[in-house]
Design a protein around this ligand. Structure first.
Ligand code: TRP
Length: 471
C-alpha cells in the first residue's frame, strides 16, 4: 500500500489508509457549497433547466476527462500541485503555483459562507429547543448576519477553526476519517430531504423549471457560468485532485474513481435542486434570489413544512458537512506544498496557513449586505472612473472578487494547464502508461479520452473562457 517503498524521497508524506478513504475524501472535496449553495442559485439565475443541461454536457466532455487527468498527474508526480507539475516539466511548475493561489483565494470567501451555514445550524438547533426560527423575517436575519462585522467574523472564525482542527488531525486520522463519516451521512439526509420536498403539493411547477429546458435562454454567459461551475463543483483546476491523487500509490486505480467522483458530485447537486426548487415553487417563492437562496428563501419554505425546524436543522448540518469536507481539501493544497517543497512540518504548515487564510477571509466577511467593505472595490478606490467600470474585476468587492477570479479565470486556466501538462507535455504514452499501470490494465476509451484532453476540452475551455470574459 505504502508508496514510500517505490519513491523513497517522499516517505514523509501521508497516504490514504484505503481506496475507500480516498474516494470519500475526493467526493467530500467535490461535494460542497458548490453543489448545495452555488448550483441551485446559478440554476435559479441562469434560466433553470437549460443551465442544468449545459452543465451536464460540459461535465461529460470536460469534467470527467479532466478529473482523470488531474488524479493521474498527482499519482505520477507523487507530490503537491507544484511538485507534480515540476516533475512533468520544470518550466510548467507555475501551473501548480496558480492552483495554490486559487486555493488560498477560494478558501478566503468559502470560509465566509461556511460561517453563515454554521450560524444557521445554530439557529435551527435553538429553534428546536424553543428559540424562534428565521421564518417571516428571514431577510432581516440574513442581512444582520452578513452585515454586522462581529457576527459574520465570529462565525467565519468558528468555521475555519473546525477545518483547521480536522486537518491538524493528520491525513488519515483527520481528513480521511472525517470524510468517511460525513459523506455517507450527507447522501442519506439529502435523500430524506428530497422525498420530503417531492410530496409537497404544487412541487411540479418547480420540477419543470428545473428539468424542462427553455432553449431561448442559452447564451455565452450561461455557458461560462456552467463551465466555471463544472470546475468549481468537481474541485478541478486547482490541484486538489493532484494533491489527493498524490496520496494514492501508483498501483491504485484512478480511472474508476474519476467517473465515480463526478457522478456522486452531480447526484448531490441534482438532489439539492430537487430538494430546493419543488419546495420553493410549492410555497410560492421565487427561484432567482441569487446567493441568498438557501439562507433567505429556504427558511420560509421550511417553516411551511411539518417538522420544519428539524428539516432546517438536517438541511444546514448537511450543508455544513459538505462545506467542511471541501474547505479542508482546499487547505490541503497549500499545506502539501509547504510540506513537500519547503519541508515544513505538516502541523506547522496547517497552523500557519490556517491562520493566514482565516485572517484573509475577514475581508470577504465584511463585504456583504451593509457591511463596511461591501462598496469597496479597486474601481471605487479611484473614485469609479468610467473606464474602470467596464472592467469587471475592478468593480467587484472583496467577497465577489475572489469568487470571480477563481471560478471565471484561475479554474479555467487551471483546466487548460491540465490539458497542456497531461496531453501536450507528458504525452500519450506516459499519461496512459500511468492510467493503465504500464499497459497491464485495459482502458478501452483511452484514445477517445486522449483526443478529448488534447483537443476538444482545451478548445471548449478557451472559447467559453474568452467569450464569457468579454460578454
Ligand atoms: N468542490 C467544492 C464545492 O463544490 C469546492 C472546492 C473544494 C474546490 N476544493 C476545490 C473548487 C478546489 C475548486 C478547486 O463546493
Amino acid at each position: 500500500m505504502s508508496n514510500a517503498s517505490t519513491t523513497p524521497p517522499v516517505s514523509h508524506r501521508g497516504h490514504w489508509k484505503s481506496q475507500f478513504g480516498f474516494l470519500m475524501a475526493a467526493i467530500g472535496s467535490a461535494i460542497g457549497l458548490g453543489n448545495l449553495w452555488r448550483f441551485p442559485y446559478l440554476v435559479g439565475t441562469n434560466g433553470g433547466a437549460i443551465f442544468v443541461l449545459v452543465y451536464l454536457v460540459l461535465l461529460a466532455i470536460v469534467g470527467i476527462p479532466l478529473m482523470l487527468t488531474e488524479i493521474t498527474i498527482g499519482q505520477y508526480g507523487q507530490s503537491d500541485a507544484l511538485g507534480s507539475y515540476k516533475k512533468i516539466h520544470p518550466k510548467v511548475s507555475f501551473f501548480g503555483a496558480m492552483g495554490i493561489l486559487a486555493a488560498v483565494l477560494m478558501l478566503s470567501f468559502y470560509g465566509t459562507i461556511g460561517g453563515w451555514v454554521t450560524y444557521y445550524v445554530g439557529v435551527y438547533f435553538m429553534a428546536i429547543f424553543g428559540g424562534t426560527n428565521p421564518a417571516g423575517k428571514s431577510m432581516e436575519v440574513f442581512s444582520e448576519l452578513i452585515s454586522v462585522p462581529s457576527l459574520s467574523i465570529s462565525w467565519h472564525l468558528v468555521f475555519m477553526l473546525a477545518c483547521i482542527v480536522i486537518v491538524l488531525g493528520g491525513l488519515q486520522k483527520g481528513t480521511e476519517r472525517a470524510n468517511k463519516i460525513m459523506i455517507p451521512l450527507l447522501f442519506f439526509s439529502l435523500l430524506i430531504l428530497g422525498f420530503a420536498a417531492m410530496t409537497l403539493p404544487g412541487s411540479s411547477e418547480g420540477l419543470s423549471f428545473y428539468l424542462k429546458p427553455d432553449f431561448s435562454k442559452l447564451s455565452f454567459s450561461v455557458l461560462g457560468s456552467a463551465l466555471g461551475q463544472v470546475f468549481f463543483s468537481l474541485s478541478l483546476g486547482m490541484g486538489t485532485m493532484i494533491t489527493y491523487g498524490s496520496y494514492l500509490s501508483k498501483k491504485q486505480s484512478g480511472k474508476k474513481n474519476s467517473v465515480v467522483i463526478p457522478i456522486c458530485d452531480t447526484l448531490a447537486a441534482l438532489l439539492a435542486g430537487l430538494v430546493i426548487f419543488p419546495a420553493v415553487f410549492a410555497t410560492g417563492m421565487k427561484p432567482g434570489s441569487g446567493p441568498g437562496l438557501i439562507f433567505v428563501t429556504l427558511p420560509e419554505v421550511f417553516n411551511k413544512l411539518p417538522g420544519g425546524n428539524y428539516i432546517g436543522l438536517i438541511f444546514f448540518v448537511t450543508v455544513l458537512f459538505a462545506a467542511i469536507s471541501s474547505a479542508i481539501s482546499a487547505l490541503e493544497i497549500p499545506v502539501a506544498y509547504l510540506v513537500d517543497q519547503k519541508k515544513v512540518k505538516r502541523q506547522s504548515a496547517v497552523l500557519w496557513l490556517g491562520l493566514a487564510i482565516t485572517l484573509l477571509g475577514i475581508l470577504p466577511s465584511l463585504s456583504n449586505g451593509n457591511g463596511p467593505l461591501t462598496q469597496f472595490s479597486i474601481s471605487a478606490l479611484f473614485g469609479n472612473p468610467e473606464w474602470m467600470k467596464s472592467i469587471k474585476f475592478l468593480t467587484l468587492n472583496p467577497f465577489d472578487l475572489p469568487d470571480y477570479i477563481v471560478s471565471y479565470i484561475l479554474l479555467p486556466l487551471g483546466g487548460l494547464a491540465l490539458c497542456i501538462g497531461g496531453a501536450w507535455i507528458m504525452g500519450k504514452e506516459k499519461l496512459l502508461g500511468v492510467i493503465t499501470h504500464n499497459g497491464t490494465k485495459p482502458f478501452k476509451l483511452g484514445n477517445l479520452y486522449f483526443t478529448i484532453i488534447k483537443y476538444i476540452a482545451p478548445i471548449a475551455i478557451l472559447i467559453i473562457f474568452v467569450q464569457s470574459l468579454f460578454s
